[in-house]
Design a protein around this ligand. Structure first.
Ligand code: NAD
Length: 466
């Protein structure tokens, strides 16, 4: 099939490369000329594990352009995968979607084209995009494009850092559509994934036992709501355990043990129950805000989602409070941050807790040193140079530091030579914002160790036997 992907960011590029790997002819289209130039050379402009390798394997069926007239007329399927960042009132900014939809309408070809809303867009956007395409076509051609296209909603659930595996081996594929022809096209497009018939790349092995991916078809509003409902649920699960973690700390309980034990209840499950600094990234903050904004528009209260947001952003303050409790005075101190990306295995800094924490510390007169294995360059663009020192090596942030905060649980931080790190620090204080390090091992090395929601050391008698 001929596929065009509008927007070659984290979602569009991953989707395009995966579809090309599966045998489709894919054109990636972006308005950012530098991105397209870099992609034409085979270099992804973002960091995502295995993307370069898969791009290489799919290169014969992959091309990139900035020109709509080259990419739209021939396409059987056009994905809109542009950004939908938050506006100040919580609603998503849809102007990129509008502009993409209008361009599609202007350049629609003679065949039947399925236009796919892959961007996360509010309920009602299917209708809206449909009308934008129709109006743009009519304005250019003076006639109605009846029967020539259908709009479907196909929300994306990938996680940055494991985006390719999530795309090739998804928990489910959701397609919201009114036109049965469009459902058929979407099934055919995703058939190798739905039926798991493609040869797995050796660097992305198929999970054991996986023989099919559920293909869920719905009406368009349900598909649109599924995306927001899923992200809000995950966000509130994290905020729930973070709320419990604050109580755990006060009463002298250990939230990691609490989470482990409640997570063994199959109705609850253990994932997304790790207490810590809270979520960030391009999706949870913006999508929960958009869900609240949409519900407000319809007069439906959403106190649970709003509370999840409040708890999440308070976690960032709480980190600072914990530091004040330990150091008493922040002014004039040096604090090292390990990790800036909002989670490991990505260079994405959108809504990253580390940015907020760094800014709050700088405001309080702290000299901040930061390290991240892949996001340093992006961090410099976000934070500038004043009051901040960018370190190429993780150990450098420890030098003369009064405290270290582990913000992102990059696996390599577990393997640091912590005894050397300790020797470099002015005060060997570690605030483990992700409960990622082994507390007893840190204490044995002579660190003062603080986790999130860990009020006391764990005696061996507390062990849970499974
Ligand atoms: P991104 O910012 O990384 O990429 C968007 C791309 O669209 C950019 O390269 C931009 O230049 C391009 N663009 C903007 N307007 C354009 C236009 N008119 N024509 C062509 N290209 C245009 O965004 P992303 O992270 O890939 O997210 C895209 C959408 O997918 C968002 O709605 C997001 O909420 C959703 N989503 C993201 C993730 C994620 O983990 N990043 C996961 C699921 C869903």
């Amino acid at each position: 099939m001929k596929v065009t992907i509008i927007g070659t960011g984290y979602v569009g590029l991953t989707t395009g490369v995966a579809l090309a790997y599966l045998g489709h002819e894919v054109v990636g289209l972006d308005v950012d000329e530098r991105k397209i130039e870099s992609l034409r050379k085979g270099t992804p402009p973002i960091f995502e594990p295995h993307l370069t390798e898969l791009m290489k394997l799919a290169s014969e069926r992959l091309s990139f352009t900035t020109r709509y007239e080259e990419a739209i007329p021939q396409a059987d399927v056009v994905f809109i995968a542009v950004g939908t960042p938050s506006l100040n009132d919580g609603n998503p900014d849809l102007h990129y979607v509008r502009s993409a939809a209008e361009e599609v309408g202007r350049h629609l070809g003679d065949g039947f084209t399925v236009i796919v809303n892959k961007s996360t867009v509010p309920v009602g956007s299917g209708n809206w995009v449909e009308s934008l395409v129709r109006d743009a076509f009519e304005a250019r051609n003076g006639s109605v494009p009846s029967g020539r296209y259908a709009v479907v909603s196909n929300p994306e659930f990938l996680r940055e850092g494991v985006a390719l595996a999530d795309t090739l081996y998804p928990d489910r594929i959701v397609v919201g559509a009114e036109d049965p022809r469009a459902v058929e096209v979407m099934y055919a497009l995703y058939k190798p994934i739905i039926e798991q018939t493609f040869p797995a790349p050796n660097f992305l092995p198929r999970p054991e036992g996986l023989s099919a991916a559920p293909f869920i078809t719905t009406d368009i509003p349900s598909a649109e709501l599924i995306k927001y409902a899923a992200n809000a649920f995950l966000a509130l699960k994290i905020s729930y355990i973070n709320e419990i973690s604050r109580l755990a700390e006060k009463v002298g309980a250990d939230v990691t043990r609490v989470a482990q034990a409640i997570g063994l209840d199959k109705r609850i499950g253990s994932r997304f129950l790790q207490a810590g600094i809270g979520w960030g990234g391009s999706c949870f903050g913006k999508d929960t805000a958009a869900l609240v904004a949409t519900a407000r528009e319809y007069g439906v209260p959403t106190p649970i989602v709003e509370a999840a947001r409040t708890v999440n952003y308070q976690q960032r303050e709480w980190v600072i409070e914990k530091l004040v409790n330990a150091l008493k005075i922040l002014k004039g101190r040096t604090v090292g941050l390990l990790g800036i990306a909002f989670k490991p295995h990505t260079d994405d800094l959108r809504d990253a807790p580390a940015l907020d924490i760094a800014k709050k510390l700088i405001e309080r007169g702290v000299k901040v040193k930061v390290h991240d294995p892949v996001a340093l360059e992006n961090a410099r663009k976000e934070l500038g140079d004043s009051g901040i020192c960018y370190c190429d090596r993780a150990e450098e942030v420890a030098k003369n530091a009064d405290a270290l905060i582990l913000v992102t649980e990059w696996p390599q931080y577990r393997d640091l030579d912590w005894s050397h790190v300790r020797s470099l620090m002015r005060r060997p204080l570690v605030l483990d914002g992700r409960n990622f390090l082994e507390p007893q091992a840190m204490l044995d090395l002579g660190f003062e160790y603080m986790g999130m929601g860990i009020g006391s050391l764990r005696p061996a008698s507390n062990a849970i036997t499974q």
